[in-house]
Design a protein around this ligand. Structure first.
Ligand SMILES: Cc1cc2nc3c(=O)[nH]c(=O)nc-3n(C[C@H](O)[C@H](O)[C@H](O)COP(=O)(O)OP(=O)(O)OC[C@H]3O[C@@H](n4cnc5c(N)ncnc54)[C@H](O)[C@@H]3O)c2cc1C
Length: 289
């Protein structure tokens, strides 16, 4: 399908990009990898008068690992995360989730900032941001601000980002080496969006789970954590009975989408199975102590 007509700009500074977005008052859209935006334009779901290409903006393609956690610049691509030598150890949950994103061609262009701004409830990275209580750094005409992921994602494909603001980076909190974690998803084929997925982690002290985080992607029309399932896990010794109980709580708590070809009941059953599988993997995986 042919794209609608639009003007095109390739600014070389963040300030210039923001000025262009601001001058067009909601009629301009940033473009990064184009892997979500171009199909949207092709299907005429958006018709911006100007595309502001972010590719020349400096300083947005850094990956940094420090005591403060992992920071991913907005222009970091899926394949950059995959190729990074330390990320697998520094944030295994992130690495496992990103390994499930799309196909090689998409992974070669799609970016962190594009995925967060697109806010697809089935997308892996927004799910990781929610599960890990990540912060999103944003800059715009009024200056810079950071938002918690839980406040940033408002609804499917909708965020708290103003039309003249840019995502600058994603900041994931520190990841203790001994943490127990799992990422599990079910898709019709490798690289397709998940019908349901879960990201979970917990810390363990004296054999008891605490600080449990369980996030869901794909199953619901919104990204969310399963607070009752987390509560059911906290303070418990993780054994087969507890795993079955928490998986059941997750299935009750999730708010699944009901579609003609994938029913809500099926998605609920998927969430139960994925949480069960995830907790089994997390509780038995060898870990750094
Ligand atoms: C066949 C196919 C399969 C896919 N499968 C998956 C999958 O399994 N999992 C998954 O998560 N994703 C999947 N995707 C989406 C893919 O990961 C996209 O790359 C990603 O969602 C958007 O990144 P992008 O850089 O291409 O953004 P773009 O398409 O360039 O932009 C997407 C949106 O973000 C905005 N934007 C981009 N950068 C910024 C910024 N820095 N600040 C503010 N706004 C910005 C744009 O204006 C636009 O609204 C798939 C895509 C395709 C085509």
């Amino acid at each position: 399908m042919k794209l609608p007509q639009f003007e095109y700009a390739m600014p070389s500074t963040i300030e210039e990009a923001i000025a262009l977005l601001a001058a067009h008052r909601g009629e301009a859209r940033p473009i990064a990898g184009g892997q979500s935006l171009i199909p949207i334009l092709a299907f005429r779901l958006a018709g911006p008068s100007l595309l502001v290409d972010l590719r020349k903006l400096p300083g947005l393609d850094r990956i940094s690992i420090s005591r403060e956690g992992v920071t991913l610049g907005a222009k970091v691509r899926w394949c950059d995360i995959e190729a990074h030598r330390q990320l697998g150890a520094a944030h295994p949950l992130l690495a496992a989730a990103v390994a499930c994103v799309a196909h090689y061609q998409v992974r070669n262009r799609g970016t962190v900032g594009g995925s967060l701004a697109h806010a697809d409830p089935a997308a892996e990275l927004p799910g990781i941001a929610m599960t890990c209580d990540a912060e999103i750094a944003i800059t715009g005409p009024a200056g810079s601000r950071t938002m918690k992921a839980v406040d940033f994602f408002l609804a499917p494909l909708m965020t708290a980002l103003a039309p003249d603001e840019l995502i600058v980076e994603l900041r994931l909190p520190p990841w203790p080496g001994a943490r127990r974690w799992a990422f599990e998803e079910f898709a019709r084929q490798r690289g397709a969006f998940a019908l349901a997925g879960i990201a979970l982690f917990y810390d363990e002290q004296n054999g008891v789970a605490n600080n449990a985080h369980i996030g869901v992607i794909g199953a619901s029309s919104r990204l969310h954590r399963l607070a009752a399932a987390e509560a059911a896990l906290n303070g418990r010794t993780v054994n087969d009975d507890v795993i079955v109980e928490v998986a059941g709580e997750s299935a009750r708590e999730v708010d699944p989408v009901d579609e003609l070809d994938v029913s809500a009941d099926y998605r609920r059953a998927l969430v139960r199975a994925l949480v069960q599988r995830g907790l089994q993997a997390a509780s038995t995986r060898a870990r750094d102590t």
